[in-house]
Design a protein around this ligand. Structure first.
Ligand code: HEC
Ligand code: HEC
Length: 163
């Protein structure tokens, strides 16, 4: 019996220590903590803009995006409505930004904001990783893929460390 106690008491102590959360160190001053993932406060405003664009192109929602809009280099093969919804649910949400992060919202085809072209380049990078790397990597399912969310997780700047 005594032998058993000698064994179990330390074991219990170890388990207890394991479950007690370590005290969280104070965050370094001056370093703003990144917004928690999925706390996307800009969503309502984006939905309003999506509705606005869809109202502007009423009757042409199902036509190809490049025949409805002015400056399409990427989304040649999807409908105008799908493209606009992808802008919201795909890109903006993945980055946690409003439409105005990439756009002059008074002139959607404008190219003045650098993030607009950056987004195209990011899409090309993502495609390249998927087609040339992941999908040809031995031992992985050929459908393996990443998208904007995989890296961005609701943030403009992908994390380099876990907080
Ligand atoms: C991360 C950057 C980014 C965000 C955020 C973004 N867009 Fe875009 N948007 C683009 C890019 C890039 C294009 C051009 C796509 C192409 O070349 O095929 C585009 C094109 C468009 C166009 C077509 C303009 C034209 O006439 O050529 C509309 C309309 C549009 N976006 C609406 C929106 C709306 C509405 C939102 C917010 C819900 C939004 N975008 C958020 C990058 C963005
Ligand atoms: C493999 C990881 C990865 C993927 C996938 C990815 N990005 Fe990025 N993205 C980055 C990195 C890294 C940066 C530079 C971050 C920084 O400046 O801190 C960045 C920066 C950006 C920026 C500039 C942000 C700013 O304001 O400085 C935009 C816009 C952007 N990405 C859009 C996209 C979009 C849209 C997609 C999906 C089509 C995408 N990204 C997919 C890693 C990725």
């Amino acid at each position: 019996m005594k032998k058993l106690l000698v064994f179990f008491v330390p074991l219990f102590a170890i388990l207890l220590a394991w479950q007690t959360p370590a005290p969280t160190p104070n965050p370094a001053p001056n370093r703003p903590r990144p917004a928690p993932v999925n706390q996307d406060s800009l969503r309502k405003e984006r939905q309003r803009m999506v509705e606005e664009v869809l109202a502007e192109i009423k009757g042409k929602e199902n036509m190809r995006a490049d025949s409805v809009f002015n400056n399409i280099k990427l989304f040649k093969n999807i409908s105008a409505e799908r493209m606009v919804r992808l802008m919201d649910e795909g890109w903006s949400k993945a980055l946690g930004v409003g439409c105005n992060h990439c756009h002059n919202v008074n002139k959607w085809s404008d190219e003045a904001k650098p993030d607009k072209q950056l987004a195209r380049d990011m899409a090309a990078m993502t495609n390249k990783i998927n087609k040339e790397m992941l999908q040809t990597m031995k031992g992985l399912d050929e459908k393996s893929s990443i998208n904007c969310t995989s890296c961005h997780m609701g943030r403009k700047h992908p994390a380099k460390r876990l907080d």
